[in-house]
Design a protein around this ligand. Sequence first.
Ligand SMILES: Cc1ncc(COP(=O)(O)O)c(C=O)c1O
Ligand SMILES: [Zn+2]
Length: 424
Amino acid sequence: MGKVSGLECVRCGRSYGLDMGPAVFEGCPECAKAGQPANLSTVYDLSGLDAKRLARDISARPRTMWRYIEFLPAERLDEAVTMHEGCTPMVRLNGLEEELGLGRLYVKQEYRNPTGSFKDRLASSALTHAVRVGAKVITTSSTGNHGSSSVAYSSRAGLDCIVFTMESVPITMKVLMQVYGGKLVACEKGPDRWNLTYWGIHERGWYPTGNCVNPPIGSTPFGVDGYKTMGLEICEDLGWRVPDVVVQPTAFGDGIYGMWKGFSEARQVGLVDSTPRIYAAEMFGSLSKGLLDPEKRLAEVDTRPTAAFSIGTSIGTHQAMKAVLESGGGAIAIGDDDELLEVQRKLGKYGIFAEASSCVSVAAVMRLAAKGTIGKSDTVVAVLTSTGQRDPWTTQSRMPAVPVVGADPARLAEALKGTYGFTI
Ligand SMILES: Cc1ncc(COP(=O)(O)O)c(C=O)c1O
Ligand SMILES: [Zn+2]
């Protein structure tokens, strides 16, 4: 069962004990002093795990992310704050695979999690830890997905959750965060949300599931661990083999770093014998720019209002950089709403409606294929992190108006021809 033995910095590697108190949420004190704030990461005692036996045990457990409990912050299954998250399907897109000249292309449908996004993994893991340490009030700042998951899992655990959002997020996001029971407030400026989160942690003892410092470092290490299960699931679904490349929509890098940890630990215990290259699909390109710097410093880049508002960050994190560098992957900045919304419509024809912020992964796969970075010999997994139902208005803005017809087949024929170019 999962045993956290300590913490280490994702940037400088310094070790810390588990007795840091709320400072654990603020990252490595030494890197902060050096002006390079960086998250801490849990260290698990994985010694004594036998890969064959572990694979057998895992396959006999219920199909939720908690089947990988050895890699999660709980010692018993009944401790988990769970709503059957994880074990999301990987669906092969043969048509797109052919179009792009790829060996195999899968999309991992993270929007099939309980609240409709991959953040449920983080929330399930973070809330399990929060309950263990006796938290009474949960908090986070969010444009919607993180907040929805945090609120839903807090309610599941019987705890209150205060969420700081922005006035500009779609009404669907606000409704979700409220209907699950969140105490939702909007801040005038983005960083105000982190200041209030920070205040709540220190003055009121709140437990944060998300980032609380500026510049951002990412979320509580005990939540990031939930994302390890994306990596473990991909390996298990491929018969305990790894794909060549995984592409993950990325903002503060909880997802990409957690997934990388999952792949690395799967290799460490012998469940698989290699790891994939992981690419961060970004909107505005902080990591892409940082990777060009010989010292790999994170770059601050310009942002603007975008359909990919869930990942519209101006600055990446060291944890994301670490995942990309250690895995031998890279970063692709899409930067163009039109390209994303075209990908969204393309996926629609495969029966998939993914949030524009999620579609960056498939847009990045298309760019990697066009450059020849991936090809016929590669198995590629693109993660679709959230559902398009979050923001139907932006999608609708690129659709034709729905034609109204009476009972007359001639009017029907005219409407189908005029709107869709379809002849009956
Ligand atoms: C749909 C979606 N995809 C990707 C991300 C990026 O997540 P991370 O901060 O883990 O990189 C977010 C974060 O809010 C999101 O909502
Ligand atoms: Zn450090």
